[in-house]
Design a protein around this ligand. Sequence first.
Ligand code: SF4
Length: 296
Amino acid sequence: MRRLSDVLKKEYGEKVYKLALTSGCTCPNRDGHIAYGGCAFCSAEGSGEFAAPPAPVDMQIEQAKTLIQKKSHARRFIAYFQSFTNTYGDPMRLEDLYRETISRDDIVILSLGTRPDCLGPAMMEMLIRLNQIKPVWVELGLQTARDDIAAQMNRGYETNVFAEANKRLKEADITTIAHVIFGLPGESKDDMLDTVRYLSALDPPPDGIKIQMLQVLKGTVLGARYKEEPFPLLSLEEYSDLVAEACQILPDEMVLHRMTGDPPWRLLIAPLWVRDKKRVLNTLNRKLLLSQSESQ
Ligand code: SF4
């Protein structure tokens, strides 16, 4: 496995920072096009709790840059449209928005979070055109390869839809990143690793992966369920062991984009250990080093 920070540093010669932006898209799993209520783990604010509120994209970029530049000399950025489904809406409006975004010299990559069932011909053509201007990454929420668990989570599509979307994007030379959640209720540790095995076995596999511990949030279906009857969650040690094992399974060339998420503090119900990001990262890094040295 390769780490994203290393890959970007090698490519651009310096650290590249991510700006969380908002496209104004909604989600078909919330507006009734596919379902109402969204995925069971997703808060009403979409899957990007920290994204800026909708505003002209230049303003969003400058605001997000100002925050980062208070702590660093950042010069190059990834425009990350994170919340909701960023290939769902009027293709012309979205293409204008994304073209404006990547026309800036300081934006080196366009990254779009979306669902694999929202990549119809018009969106694919848009992505192909944009990818000719600057690299486009498409981040696809998979969460689990188990269809029965996905149905319980109200994901709204079957796992083979993910595989098919990944294949089409890869054939179009677009970078793909799979999002996986460890700790969904009803999944064993083997099920979680099976999702990792599933991704590794795809032909071609996604270029990158983001792994996250399930965060039970207020205002979600899982949050309500947990309050009524708490279900077991992974401890930090268990989660870190699983991530380390997953990294041994995933292909060497795959890029690890993330192994922990920033919890929305005001919404977090459990597990509370995710709030201590420093401890989480230290534990994860220690386990990764250990499993690497054991496998050599
Ligand atoms: S598809 Fe994404 S934005 Fe939509 S409900 Fe699920 S997690 Fe939330």
